[in-house]
Design a protein around this ligand. Sequence first.
Ligand SMILES: Nc1ncnc2c1ncn2[C@@H]1O[C@H](COP(=O)(O)OP(=O)(O)OP(=O)(O)O)[C@@H](O)[C@H]1O
Length: 274
Amino acid sequence: MSECTHNCSSCGESCSERTSPQSFQVPSHELSHVKKVIAVVSGKGGVGKSLVTSSLACAMAGLGKKVGILDADITGPSIPKAFGIHTRAAGSELGIYPETSKGGVEVMSLNLLTENETDPVIWRGPVIAGTVKQFWTDVIWGELDYLFVDMPPGTGDVPLTVFQSLPVDGIIMVTSPQDLVSMIVTKAVKMAEMMHIPVLGLVENYSYFQCPDCGKQHAIFGESHIDAVATEHGLKVLARLPIDPKLAAACDQGEIESFQPNYLSEVAGMLTQM
Ligand SMILES: Nc1ncnc2c1ncn2[C@@H]1O[C@H](COP(=O)(O)OP(=O)(O)OP(=O)(O)O)[C@@H](O)[C@H]1O
């Protein structure tokens, strides 16, 4: 053991005199000044987490905030496509520059670095997690009010790396109205608790489909249990998004920024109060 400096925050030893847990946080790029980091997570795949991240970023940008999205879903990146970004990110000796969307949202994703956006990423977990960390340390984000991190689903390597390495201010959890949700949300909430990061609330996607002819709402994926789940964990339900084919089409066409209405404008308003 090397000589003790009494700085527990930067020490890896687990000695009896430790007064605070070891911090694994890494500094952002020196040219990045990010005020708030919000992680968007889901317990399982395909619940619409990337769509919620993108919509939320658009809503915040609409409020005049400087916003970025760190696409931490390395093996299944979908953020650039939703914003219609198909160029490759540029770099210099200083670092890597994010691509800017038509509406001014800064985006960094592995899809902006591979030669072809259809190239698969076949990497081991630690390499993937290391890349996500580099998206924080080596990317020149500039001045941002909010950086949203689009996480891969579940509680694996990447969420652990992000929660430990980045100064995450809060988590938004995306769910869908299925029976499995309660168990899955519980796992994700417990992980957030263990990482000492506040869960800002739940967003339920695919909540209902509103018939364009009669206006009646149909619970396509079954009745929601979100209120019970939220109460069980003392969380807020921040929003419920309908299944909206126009929203899916806007995403597919890279036009998410021109999609109206933004179902998450109230959530965006809440984030401005953080
Ligand atoms: N409310 C909605 N209405 C219509 N289509 C939606 C809605 N939410 C998501 N989708 C569509 O469902 C697909 C999956 O959404 P998305 O990629 O956001 O899910 P994800 O949870 O991020 O997936 P993954 O687990 O693979 O990261 C996309 O094509 C998206 O456009």
